[in-house]
Ligand binder design. Structure first.
Ligand code: C5P
Length: 230
């Protein structure tokens, strides 16, 4: 039977946040930012194991209590220079534990507002898909291309444009091959596309933005607080 695994790359430095610690460990509702994404993925009973990918030099992980996740959470200290390398290293290090057809749900540590229902919907939409796919959102704003002086060079039509989010869900064999052949990508779907395949876009139904700038933390906090009350 095909199984589902989650991989959470959390080996970035989060420089754009300008904080005193890596972004994934910033406080959000009394927990490290990373805890929220892990909680959503671990809340999906179909997901066998959640693998979190840390930098080998990470000295923050051990300062927090992760025991509530039990054995369904496994730490891989194999983070690389880029996100694609972190994910590629993780896929190689779990090779013996998974089958080539098993589904991997790769999710950014910094997308803290992911809900269990959203992951369930993604799995339901893609489980019989020959390629796999990703959560995404149709672009709502008009887009401008700018020059170095922040002056508009052109307006880009937003028709048929989507913003890629995570989780991105592909089978272990296909994703390993894709990332090995195309290591310069910024998301897993980009590597799969480079093989000539067309990942499916699954519309995100709830906020799932990546906490990137300081102001994003307050918004994420409001969303999580509202959800915990409903
Ligand atoms: O920097 P950005 O927010 O785009 O990173 C997306 C995700 O990839 C984050 O969860 C980050 O920790 C992770 N990452 C990683 N290894 C890197 C760079 C980023 O695991 N070398």
């Amino acid at each position: 039977m095909t199984r589902y695994f989650a991989i959470v790359p959390a080996a970035g430095s989060g420089r754009r946040m300008g904080a005193e610690r890596p972004k994934q460990y910033l406080d959000l509702c009394g927990k490290p930012l990373l805890w929220h994404a892990l909680t959503a993925l671990a809340g999906v009973t179909r997901i066998h194991t959640v693998f979190v990918v840390l930098s080998p030099e990470d000295d923050w992980w051990g300062r927090f209590d992760w025991s509530g996740f039990g054995s369904r959470l496994q730490v891989l200290r194999v983070g690389g220079e880029t996100r694609a390398q972190s994910v590629g290293n993780a896929l190689r290090s779990i090779f013996a534990q998974v089958a080539a057809e098993d589904w991997m749900l790769v999710h950014d540590a910094a997308r803290a507002c992911l809900s269990v229902a959203q992951v369930e919907a993604l799995i339901d939409a893609l489980t019989d898909d020959p390629v796999g796919g990703l959560l995404a959102q149709p672009v709502a704003d008009t887009l401008k291309r700018a020059d170095k002086a922040a002056r508009v060079v052109e307006t880009v039509t937003r028709d048929a444009l989507w913003q890629a989010q995570t989780p991105q869900m592909f089978r272990h064999g296909l994703l390993s091959r894709a990332l090995a052949q195309c290591p310069g990508v910024t998301d897993e779907a980009g590597a799969v596309e480079a093989l000539g395949l067309a990942p499916r876009l699954v519309a995100a139904e709830a906020p799932n933005f990546k906490v990137t700038y300081p102001q994003d933390l307050a918004l994420a906090e409001l969303i999580l607080q509202a959800r915990s009350k409903s």
